[in-house]
Design a protein. Structure first.
Length: 1333
């Protein structure tokens, strides 16, 4: 008899079992294991182990990676594997051992080599991803002490880093591999090669000063693991019994036999079976689904079976994908090739299936039973006609996975009381071909756009089709068979004619509504055709056509970094040395404290936001009754609770802290729930009901804004020369357009604030992850109605910022502060990734149209460009961002007659904001678009046209600033050499002649980036240097540390100025009560500004100490400090700096907006697959002018990290909005930032030699933002490859390619006979699923 809801409630009252497991070798007995709690929450909140980070809560970033070890009864051994703690249910860990980053090494005890090497290879910038990466590597080495580089890359498929660009991480860990690395302790001179001196000091900044040789790893292996291995083994001998864990709302039952499971499923037919929880966990967390009973069948022997049968291999439903992969790989090795075609296809799918952490826990049955239309495995299983054994109490049946198995979206034909027992994956026969394919936006760890399985059987000794079955995912709400096409192909010869006919037929059969969910309709249809080519390679396919049949391969990257060694005689001078980020080791051990790692106050509460679901509407009512009934809820906070002003904004106060009566975007903050735990607060926030009256218009896109004339004022314009005359003088004129999509900052640490009311005089202390401590202080004070001197804002470090925490973080801080003020208790909120992406906005999408006048030889005479940015619902920093785009509309080209006009569009999207480059990349991207159009129109090599139009020393920009110390030409020449451009170009041309369906492209792109805040008053900085009587120095300055290494550079500056070692200098935090009125850490200018302020303070101190130095010239720093102290000398000093001679007037087009410019050049080569639109980054060379580098390791880190973010911006990252302004892409599952596999296979970075910059501290240059744009070289290399593809269809001349160059855009631009089979629907005849905003 199925059980009632009431009976389930009663069962939740009865006590559950004890959960017994180990964490870092220590046994834990949890008496109240909560089924809804994840391992991550338990580690962080219950055990205080905050080294493991929360980056996304959906298994997509790897920040939460830990290692789980357990006794595997079916393998009869202890197995170790990396898992995502954010998805692992606490209750699934009974009799398991968990190892976290704290468990493997620490600063206080001993660093583990995986911790030390990532730090010393400069593989940790903000450090938020670092513990997860360390643990992925640790788990790999635990299982495979000498992995290959390929193993390392595979281990990191589930880890993301937003800062480093990945190269240094791979380089650091290459040292563990058999193919690139460490000698294994056998090096001749010094034991281990890692501890030996490096001779080529200026090549490869990685691997500096590594102290732990590889042999130490084995030592750790024994000491640490033995602790729990014995315990796990003895626990495994205990008799198995059913376990029950009763939580607040959910009952978790772990049966130990199949009979028990079937009995339970009969009693609880609606219960969810959970193995890996990689689907159910997502459904509960993000889709608001709730399952009161969970059955955990992971340990049931029959569900873990792996058995060879007569027809194939039978695999239990609970077998994980990792184990499935191992089994199939072994079978492929052992069996004759013709028998294992399906196995190979499954392995091909598994290669790109999620990351290793997911594959280690996700079960094959979970994938089948989720019935996702974009499952990677189901199309293969369906095409292979796999047999499924299903069971219920007293009944067992075997069914074939055919076209009827999935009767609807996420449904199977199983009855509620049935479970999937196993799947039989069949052998193939001679004459049978089987293939599988998956296309996704990012190759690694991404959800498929379309997947396919194809099964063809030929008549004996012929190429005549006897049977064929093609199955697709992503083409309907369920996995489907292309039955009609298959029928047409029966008894036909497999040749080019058949392929062409099959393509036409597929184009008809695999049709999609133009409004289909997921969008990309034309692209998805053309993809189904590509798979026909992959199915079987036929002999009479022309040689150049075989490129259509090749599968994507991932190559191991290689790299070179070049920088100028510190000149002889400067060896004691830390400035110029590639020293490691000062927090890197702490970051690698998990000891570095981020905002949410601060231990909870005893009476602390948690906050969750309540946000609008409408883009433009009046709020009619807010019903909080259900929310207030959630256990632990303390208050609902809204506009009425604000004691001061509800109006806020970084420049003008044009937005609300809480929406008053009207919402102007989806994600507009309406209120907040404060509760005892984050889970309760979030549950209650979802229960708040808001009713709306929708308003018109809803302006979402730039085009909507143009149509409605919805612009913020003023409209900006810059003009130089005589534009009309320039056009008259030109041989030709062309017009063009380009749209550049927005970008999410995707700092790994989301926005976080802890507000602590001090209880007297209106004082409030804030711990915040922000780039703008002073702005936070000011806006919080404004909302609380107190003066700024009552609010202290402290910033220890951020897990990345990239501009996203410059102004948008202040709203969350204000909300949290208001809540803390209202409930008079400390309140904390760290946004979940989906909330952060929804609420905080990102980089502005831009649209530009241009008119260019040019001569036959490619010289550009006149340009008129209009730029539109999508600012969202408030002004924020959008005007300055648009201004910077205009300041960069020329990129590096001297256009004698130029006019640029810029509009800031006001739309019903969350306010967009600062992001590395601050409008500059968008302005320059459009410049490169017209430059590319001019070259294509003239039929000239793009590099020649670019070079001809480039500025020279002493030229003037459109805003009348003279270019002094102009180094782009040097960067250009050096980059041409570094990349071997001419030879490369010949090779590309030759490749393209030989390949029809893959093409290569090459591009060289310069950048010129203006350094200074364009708001002049922000170009100031302060510092406070305290010297204690023991000689130690506490340094404080106005800048914040977000991973860029600012504090490290500032310590270097202080060290050089004071003449003392870095070890005597410490920075503890940035705070508004030490240095007031700080500018945001932004505009790449923080080293310049704060460095000079520190220099200034240190000079004051040096002057005060000079008499004591003079008195005791042979003394040391401590002697002089002590003498001064006893002489009652003031040993603290303020420093201040403001950049001189700045100020620009748009009215008169005069003045200097920038202190100086940073320059760089990049060459990139790519290969595209014309039929799928995938591309590979084959090569990038970068030459960057960073002046006289303060720290080459950090600067190269900025160059590579910035470049990779640009790569994401221009080729990968796509924010997708519905036509009514709803953001679909709200986490790493749907929004893809570059992963390890996206770095160029060959990457060379060189810092320009002998280029001192007299305008900044110690002749250095700003580096944070400028390199980002160099990734445009990849975009234009792609465009070059597309040009070659289009030429095959006789298409020449300019064409529009919007950014990012996603596989969809690349495929659609490579127009050919197949794209003609799937023409797009006419715009305006349908409502698209997503719009280009
Ligand atoms: C970050 C991430 C990346 C992913 N990438 C991919 C990808 O690349 N390709 C892809 O196809 N999928 C992907 N997925 C989806 C998911 O990982 C897979 O579907 C996985 O196989 C599910 O297995 P699980 O054991 O975790 O399922 P669970 O979440 O434990 O269960 C999933 C469903 O299956 C049911 N179920 C499980 N076992 C049985 C059984 N024996 N009988 C009846 N019902 C059962 C459950 O009740 C539940 O409804 C991804 C998920 C995440 C979080
Ligand atoms: S936090 Fe777990 S994978 Fe992102
Ligand atoms: S160092 Fe990897 S995310 Fe910052």
């Amino acid at each position: 008899m199925p059980i009632t809801a009431e009976e389930i409630k009663n069962k939740l009252q009865s006590p559950g079992d004890d959960l017994v497991f180990f964490v870092n070798g220590k046994k834990i007995t949890e008496k109240n294991a909560e089924p809804e709690k994840t391992l991550l929450t338990y580690l962080r909140r219950n055990l205080g182990l905050t080294g493991t980070k929360l980056g996304c809560a959906e298994g997509g970033c790897g920040a939460c990676t830990v290692m789980v070890s357990k006794y595997h009864p079916h393998q009869n051994r202890i197995i170790h594997y990396a898992v995502n703690a954010c998805l692992a249910p606490l209750c699934s860990l009974h009799h398991c051992a968990v190892t976290t980053v704290e468990g493997i090494g620490s600063m206080a005890s001993k660093l583990h080599p995986v911790q030390e090497r990532i730090a010393k290879a400069h593989g940790s910038q903000c450090g938020f991803c670092t513990p997860g990466i360390v643990m992925s590597m640790y788990a790999l080495l635990r299982n495979n002490p000498q992995p290959s580089m390929h193993d390392v890359q595979e281990a990191f498929q589930g880890n993301l880093c937003r800062c480093t660009g990945y190269r240094p991480i791979l380089e650091g860990y290459r040292s563990f591999t058999k193919d690139g690395g460490c000698c294994g302790g056998k090096a001749q001179s010094n034991g281990c090669c890692m501890t030996n001196e490096h001779t080529q000091e200026h090549v490869n900044v990685s691997r500096t000063d590594i102290q732990t040789p590889c042999s130490i790893f084995s030592e750790y292996k024994h000491i640490f693991v033995l602790n729990y291995i014995c315990a796990l083994q003895s626990l495994s001998k205990q008799p198995q019994r059913e376990l029950r864990f009763a939580g607040e709302r959910v009952l978790w039952i772990q049966p130990c036999s199949l009979e028990e499971l079937l009995e339970l499923k009969a009693t609880y037919p609606n219960a969810k079976l959970v193995v890996g929880n990689t689907e159910v966990g997502i459904e509960m967390k993000f889709k608001n689904l709730f399952y009161p009973v969970i059955l955990a069948p992971a340990y049931i022997p029959e569900l873990n079976i792996i058995q060879n049968t007569q027809d194939g291999i039978q695999v239990g439903a609970s077998v994980t994908l990792t184990v499935l992969g191992d089994v199939l790989r072994a079978a492929v090795k052992k069996l004759p090739a013709h028998q294992t075609e399906v196995f190979k296809a499954v392995l091909e799918q598994l290669r790109w299936f999620a990351g290793q952490q997911i594959r280690n826990v996700a079960a094959v049955g979970g994938n089948i039973m989720t019935a996702s239309p974009i499952s990677d495995l189901n199309p293969v299983f369906m095409a292979a006609s796999c047999k499924l054994t299903v069971m219920s109490k007293g009944e067992k049946r075997v069914i074939e996975m055919d076209g009827k198995f999935f009767p609807g979206y996420r449904k199977t034909i199983l009855k509620p009381e049935e479970i999937l027992l196993s799947i039989e994956i069949p052998y193939t026969r001679k004459g049978q071909y089987f293939s599988a394919f998956k296309q996704s936006p990012r190759k690694e760890d991404d959800i498929a756009i379309v997947t396919c399985g194809m099964n063809v059987f030929f008549k004996e000794q012929s190429n005549i089709v006897q049977s064929i079955r093609i199955s697709y995912g992503g083409m309907a709400p369920v996995t489907v068979l292309a039955t009609a096409t298959c029928n047409r192909l029966l008894n036909r010869q497999w040749n080019e004619e058949l392929l062409e006919e099959a393509c036409t037929s597929l184009a008809e059969e695999m049709n999609l509504s133009p409004s289909a969910p997921g969008g990309m309709v034309t692209y998805r249809r053309t993809l189904t055709i590509k798979f026909m080519f992959l199915g079987v390679t036929v002999e009479d396919v022309r040689p150049e056509y075989t490129s259509a049949t090749e599968l994507f391969q991932l190559d191991s990257p290689s790299s070179v970094q070049l920088y100028q060694a510190v000149p002889p005689g400067y060896s004691d001078d830390v400035v110029g040395q590639p020293i490691m980020h000062l927090s890197a080791l702490k970051q690698a051990t998990g000891e570095a404290i981020y905002c949410d790692d601060i231990p909870c106050y005893e009476n602390e509460l948690h906050l969750a936001l309540v946000t609008s679901t409408k883009a433009h509407a009046l709020i009619k009512s807010i019903d909080t009754s259900d929310a207030m009934a959630v256990p632990g809820v303390v208050a609902f906070i809204s506009a009425k609770d604000i004691p001061g002003s509800n109006m806020t904004g970084p420049v003008v106060y044009d937005e609300t802290v809480f929406a008053d009566d009207k919402v102007t975007c989806v994600g507009h903050i309406v209120g907040a729930i404060v509760a005892d735990t984050q889970a309760h607060a979030q549950r209650a926030a979802k229960a708040v009901k808001i009713s709306y009256e929708e308003l018109q218009p809803v302006i979402v896109t730039i085009q909507d804004a143009i149509a409605n004339k919805s612009f913020f004022q003023p409209v900006r314009s810059i003009e130089r020369g005589d534009v009309a005359q320039g056009f008259k003088d030109s041989d030709h004129i062309l017009h063009g357009e380009m749209h550049i999509g927005g970008q999410e900052q995707f700092y790994l640490e989301t926005n976080c604030t802890l507000a602590v009311p001090r209880g007297e005089d209106g004082e409030m202390e804030l711990f915040v992850s922000t780039q703008s401590a002073s702005k936070t202080q000011a806006l919080v004070a404004k909302a609380l109605g107190v003066s700024a001197n009552r609010v202290v804002c402290r910033v220890k470090r951020m897990g990345g910022g990239f501009g996203g925490k410059e102004s948008r973080s202040t709203i969350l801080s204000t909300v949290v502060a208001v809540a803390a003020h209202t409930v008079k208790r400390p309140v904390r909120c760290m946004l979940d990734r989906d909330e952060d992406m929804l609420v905080t906005g990102g980089r502005h999408p831009f649209f530009g149209h241009y008119k260019v006048g040019y001569m036959n030889n490619g010289r550009v005479m006149a340009l008129e460009v209009t730029l539109y940015s999508n600012a969202g619902n408030s002004l924020d920093l959008s005007l300055s961002i648009l201004e910077r785009a205009l300041f960069h509309m020329d990129n590096s080209y001297n256009i004698p007659n130029i006019r640029g006009t810029g509009y800031v569009c006001k739309t019903n999207l969350p306010s967009n904001s600062a992001f590395r480059g601050f409008g500059g990349p968008q302005g320059m991207m459009i410049a490169e678009s017209w430059m590319s159009d001019v070259a294509l129109s003239c039929g000239l090599p793009a590099e020649e046209v670019r070079r001809m139009n480039m500025y020279k020393e002493g030229d003037f920009t459109p805003f009348s600033q003279r270019l002094d110390n102009f180094t782009i030409d040097r960067c250009w020449e050096e980059c041409m050499q570094l990349s071997d451009f001419n030879k490369r170009k010949d090779a590309v041309e030759q490749y393209n002649r030989q390949h029809r369906w893959t093409k290569r492209g090459l591009s060289i792109i310069p950048t010129k980036f203006g350094i200074s805040f364009t708001a002049v008053f922000l170009n100031q900085a302060g510092a406070l240097v305290l010297v204690y009587s023991d000689g130690s120095v506490l340094l404080t300055h106005g800048g914040t540390e977000m991973g860029q290494g600012l504090h490290t550079k500032m310590v270097q500056v202080a060290s050089k100025t004071l003449g003392i070692p870095c070890s005597k200098i410490h920075i503890t935090e940035t705070s508004t009560n030490t240095v007031p009125n700080t500018s945001p850490t932004a505009a790449s200018a923080s080293s310049d500004l704060n460095g000079m302020a520190i220099y200034n303070a240190c000079q004051t101190l040096l002057q005060r100490l000079q008499p004591y130095k003079d008195k005791n010239p042979k003394g040391c720093w401590e002697d002089w400090v002590k003498a001064a102290y006893f002489d009652r000398v003031h040993l603290s000093a303020n420093g201040f700096y403001k950049t001189p001679d700045l100020g620009y007037d748009f009215e008169t087009n005069s003045g200097r907006p920038f202190n100086y410019f940073s320059y760089g050049v990049a060459v990139s080569e790519v290969e595209i697959d014309c039929l799928t639109g995938s591309h590979k980054n084959l090569h990038t060379s970068i030459v960057m002018d960073v002046g006289k580098s303060l720290n080459p390791a950090l600067d190269i880190g900025q160059v590579e990290g910035g470049f990779m973010q640009g790569l994401g911006l221009f080729t990968l990252e796509e924010l997708r909005y519905s036509p009514d302004g709803y953001l679909y892409t709200r986490g790493p599952g749907m929004y893809k930032i570059p992963a390890f596999g996206d770095i160029p296979i060959e990457l060379k970075v060189s810092l320009l030699r002998d280029a001192p910059n007299e305008k900044a501290i110690f002749s250095s240059k700003a580096v944070g933002e400028p390199p980002l744009f160099l990734a445009a070289s990849v975009f234009y290399a792609i465009k070059d490859a597309i040009t070659a593809a289009r030429a095959e269809s006789n298409l020449t001349g300019p064409f529009r390619l919007d950014s990012p160059a996603t596989p969809e855009r690349i495929r659609n631009a490579c127009e050919d006979k197949f794209t003609k089979l799937c023409p797009p629907a006419d715009p305006g005849t349908f409502i698209p699923w997503a719009v280009q905003v």
